[in-house]
Design a protein around this ligand. Sequence first.
Ligand SMILES: *[C@@H]1O[C@H](CO)[C@@H](O)[C@H](O)[C@H]1NC(C)=O
Ligand SMILES: *[C@@H]1O[C@H](CO)[C@@H](O)[C@H](O)[C@H]1NC(C)=O
Ligand SMILES: *[C@@H]1O[C@H](CO)[C@@H](O)[C@H](O)[C@H]1NC(C)=O
Ligand SMILES: *[C@@H]1O[C@H](CO)[C@@H](O)[C@H](O)[C@H]1NC(C)=O
Ligand SMILES: *[C@@H]1O[C@H](CO)[C@@H](O)[C@H](O)[C@H]1NC(C)=O
Ligand SMILES: *[C@@H]1O[C@H](CO)[C@@H](O)[C@H](O)[C@H]1NC(C)=O
Ligand SMILES: *[C@@H]1O[C@H](CO)[C@@H](O)[C@H](O)[C@H]1NC(C)=O
Ligand SMILES: *[C@@H]1O[C@H](CO)[C@@H](O)[C@H](O)[C@H]1NC(C)=O
Ligand SMILES: *[C@@H]1O[C@H](CO)[C@@H](O)[C@H](O)[C@H]1NC(C)=O
Length: 797
Amino acid sequence: MAYTISHILVVMLLFPFQCSSSVSSLIKGSSLSVEKHTEDVIVSSKGTFSAGFYQIGDNAFSFAIWFTEMTNQSPDPANIVWMANREQPVNGKHSKLFLLNTGNILLLDAGQHNTWSSNTASNASLELYLKEDGNLVLRELQGTTILWQSYDFPTNTLLPNQPLTRYIKLVSSKSQSNHSSGFYKFFFDDNNVIRLNYDGPDVSSTYWPPALLLSWQAGRSNYNSSRIALLDSLGKFISSDNYIFSTYDYGMVMQRKLTMDSDGNVRVYSRKNLSANWHVSWQVIPDTCIIHGVCGENSTCSYDPKKGKKCSCLPGYKVKNHNDFSSGCEPMFDFTCNRSESTFLKLNGFELYGYDSNFVQNSTYKNCESLCLQDCNCTAFQYSYEEGQNIFKCYTKLQLLNGRHSPSFVGTTYLRFPKGNNFSKEEYMSVADRVCSVQLHKDYVIKPTSHLVRFFLWLSITIGGLESFFFVAVCGFLIKTKKNSSGDQHNYHHVLLGFRRYSYSELKIATKNFSNEIGRGGGGIVYRGTLPDQRHAAIKRLNEAKQGEGEFLAEVSIIGRLNHMNLIDMWGYCAEGKHRLLVYEYMENGSLAENLSSKTNTLDWSKRYDIALGTAKVLAYLHEECLEWILHCDIKPQNILLDSNFHPKLADFGLSKLKTRNSLNNNSEFSMIRGTRGYMAPEWIFNLPITSKVDVYGYGVVLLEMITGKSPTMMNIEDVDGEMAYNGRLITWVREKKRSTCWVEEIMDPAMGTNCDLNKMEVLAKVALDCVEEDRDIRPNMSQVVEKLQSNERVFE
Ligand SMILES: *[C@@H]1O[C@H](CO)[C@@H](O)[C@H](O)[C@H]1NC(C)=O
Ligand SMILES: *[C@@H]1O[C@H](CO)[C@@H](O)[C@H](O)[C@H]1NC(C)=O
Ligand SMILES: *[C@@H]1O[C@H](CO)[C@@H](O)[C@H](O)[C@H]1NC(C)=O
Ligand SMILES: *[C@@H]1O[C@H](CO)[C@@H](O)[C@H](O)[C@H]1NC(C)=O
Ligand SMILES: *[C@@H]1O[C@H](CO)[C@@H](O)[C@H](O)[C@H]1NC(C)=O
Ligand SMILES: *[C@@H]1O[C@H](CO)[C@@H](O)[C@H](O)[C@H]1NC(C)=O
Ligand SMILES: *[C@@H]1O[C@H](CO)[C@@H](O)[C@H](O)[C@H]1NC(C)=O
Ligand SMILES: *[C@@H]1O[C@H](CO)[C@@H](O)[C@H](O)[C@H]1NC(C)=O
Ligand SMILES: *[C@@H]1O[C@H](CO)[C@@H](O)[C@H](O)[C@H]1NC(C)=O
C-alpha cells in the first residue's frame, strides 16, 4: 500500500534546544517516520511540548507527547505525558504515523501492523497540531471542529487544566521503565467520588478513600454529578466531589504534571524549567502502606516517611522473589486441615484488608477461632473491638493480603499454623524492628531534609554554637539512619509534602488581622482563622526570634510528612521575610489542660482513658514505627488537643523552647533544654543521654494528672500534707497512696464522677507509675504502654 507522504509544513529553527528541524503540524496525507524520530517531531508553538516517536527500549518506540528535552540532555521518560501505544511499542524500522486522507490517524508498526488509530473520519481539510498546553489536537482547518484530542485519552498523566472527567481513567504504568498499563487506576466512580483502585492480576479493591469510610466521612460529597477534576497551572487541584488540595509550591509559576504512579500513589510533580529536575510537590497518599498490592501476599508493610514503605514476610513465610516483593511470600510449613493440629499466633497492631470468608458482628474469641478452624481454607482471623458499638467483630481470612503493621490499628490478627512449629512473633518483629532498634543506640545523625534546612542549620551552627543546636536537633527530629541508607530515588524528602505554603497576606486575611487569639506558648501566639477554602484553622505566629529559622523549617518539613490520627494535622506554613507562621487544623475542644482545669469539666473516666490510649499510640508512632526517630520532649496537657469527639491530637513539637533557657541554672550544655517543669525526666537534670524514655516520663506525669486532676506544677501545700512542692511531688504522693488498698479511689479526680471503671483506672495508674520510674531502663516503651492499655480495654476469651 502506498501513501503519499508530503512532509513537514513549517521548519522551526527557533529553539536552541531543538537543533534539528521539526514540524509544527501534520496535514492529510503526511506522516512521521520512526527512523527520523529526532526530526519528525511536532512541536508546540513556544516549544514546551513535542510529539513524535519516543524511544522506550531497545528498538522499541512509542508515539508520545513529552516535555521538550534539550538535545544535550539524556532522554528522561519522566518527561513523557501521553502515549498512543503504551501496550504495544513499535519497531525502530519502517514504523510510521499517518494522517490519512480519510481523516484517520494511523500508527503502523514496521510498515505492516496497525497498532493504534484515532478512529476518526472526515472529508474536510485537517491538521494534527500540538497546543502549547500539551494537547495534541486533530482539527478542521476551516472552522473550529475538533475531531480528536489527546486530552480525552490520557494514559497516566494529567497536565494543568486538563480535566479528569467521567469518561477518563488514569492508569499507572507497570513500572518506571515499563510503560504498559499497570495495576492502579484513578477515576470517578458511579457515586461521583474520585478514587484509587488496585486492579491486580487476581484481586481488585479500592484503597482511597479508605473503603471503610463512607464518602462523607472521607470529606467527599457524592451529590455533584458533574464528575470533573482539574489541576490548575498554579498547583491547586479541585474535584467536584470536594476533594481539594494545593501543592506545597502553590502559586509559583512552574511546569507541572499529575501522574498516577506505578507504585499506586498519585503525585504532582513540578519544576522551574526544562533544565531542572522534576520534584514531588504533592502526593495524595502519605502513608504508602495503605496502597493495596504493594507488598504481595503473606507479607506486611511498614511505613517510614523518609525511606517509604518496607515489606517483610509474616512469621513462618519467606520471600518468593527478592527482586520483586509484590510477588509476596510463601509458607515454610504445610497447611493442615485438621483442627486439632492447628494453632494460632497472635499479632497485635497488624491489619489485613479484604478477602474475608466470614464476618460476624458480635462474636466471642472462641467462636471466632472455631469459625476459622472449621474452614480448611482459613489462614487467619482478625478479631477487633468496635468502639461505640461495644462489640467484637470477627473476620476470617482466606488470603493474607494488604497486610500492614501499625500500632494504631485497634485489633488483633491471629495467624494459623500447624502445631509444633516454632515460628515466633519475635522472629517477625525482628524483621520489622531491625530498622528501628538496631540503630537506636548508634550514632545520632543530624540529617537536614532540604538544602534550605541545611543552610539554616549551618547558619544556626555558625551563629548559635554547636552544642545548643545539637539539643534542638535531638528533640525535634532526631533520626537514626541506616548506615547504608541508599539515595532516595524519588527525591521525596527534599520536599515538604502534604501541605502548602501560604502568603503572609492570605493568613492576615484569614485571621482578620490576627484578631482572634486562642492561645499562647511554644514560641508564639495562636490565632483562630478561616482559610480561603473555608476550613477553620489554628494559625500560630512565631515570635520573631533570631535563631528560629532552622528549627522552623525543620518542624515544617518533618511534621508535614507525618501522618497519624492522633497527631495534629499541619496544613501549611508561611515563611515570608521575618514572618514565620504555621497553619494547623483547628481543635474544637481546646487542650487537655484547659479541659482538666475548667469548672465544667466534661472529661469522664472513659474519655480520659481514650485520651491516654490515643496519646500513647501517637507517641509509639513517633518513637517506634520505623520512622525517623522522633522525640517530642514536651509532653504536657497543654500540648494534647482535643477534637470535637474528644479524641486527642498531639501538637507542638520540633520548636525549641527558648524561653526555658534560663529557667534552670544548670550546666551550660542544657542551655537549649526542652520540656516543662513538672514533666521533665530526671535525665535532663542528671545530664544523661536523652532517649525516647523522656517522653515516656512526661506521658506518665500526664496520666497521673488525668487520673488525679492535680497538676504537677500547680500542686500546692494543702494538697500534699504539708510538704514542699517540687518536680516529683505528684509522683511521690501517688506512690505513697499506693500503699493503701483503696488507693485508686483515693487519688482519683472527683470530677470524673462515681460510675468509674476502677479496674481500668488502676491499670492506668499502674502504667503511669511505671512510666515515671527514675531509672529510664525500667520505664516501658510506648508500644508496650499501648499494648497494656489496649489489652485491658477488651477482655479476650
Ligand atoms: C466523504 O465523502 C464520501 C464521498 O463523497 C462520502 O461517501 C463519505 O460519506 C464522506 N465522509 C464523511 C465522513 O463525510
Ligand atoms: C512490560 O509489562 C508487560 C506486562 O506485564 C509485559 O508483557 C512486557 O513484556 C513488559 N515489557 C518489558 C519491556 O519488560
Ligand atoms: C459541581 O462541581 C463543579 C466542578 O467542581 C462546580 O463547578 C459546580 O459548581 C458544582 N455544582 C454544585 C451544584 O455544587
Ligand atoms: C532553569 O532554572 C535554573 C534554576 O532554577 C536556572 O539556573 C537555569 O538558568 C534555568 N534555565 C533556563 C533555560 O531558564
Ligand atoms: C501465601 O500463603 C498461603 C498459605 O497461607 C499459600 O497458599 C499461598 O500460596 C501463599 N502465597 C504465595 C504468593 O506464595
Ligand atoms: C487430626 O489430628 C489428631 C491428632 O493429631 C488425630 O488424632 C486425628 O486422627 C486427625 N484427624 C484427621 C481427620 O486427620
Ligand atoms: C453481643 O452478644 C452478647 C452475648 O451473645 C449479648 O449479650 C449482647 O447484647 C450482644 N451485643 C450486641 C450489641 O448485639
Ligand atoms: C478451598 O479452596 C479450594 C481452592 O482454592 C477450593 O477448591 C475448595 O472448595 C475450598 N474449600 C472450602 C471448604 O471452601
Ligand atoms: C526451631 O527452629 C529451628 C530452625 O529454625 C530448629 O533448628 C529448632 O530445632 C526448632 N526448635 C523446635 C523446638 O522445634
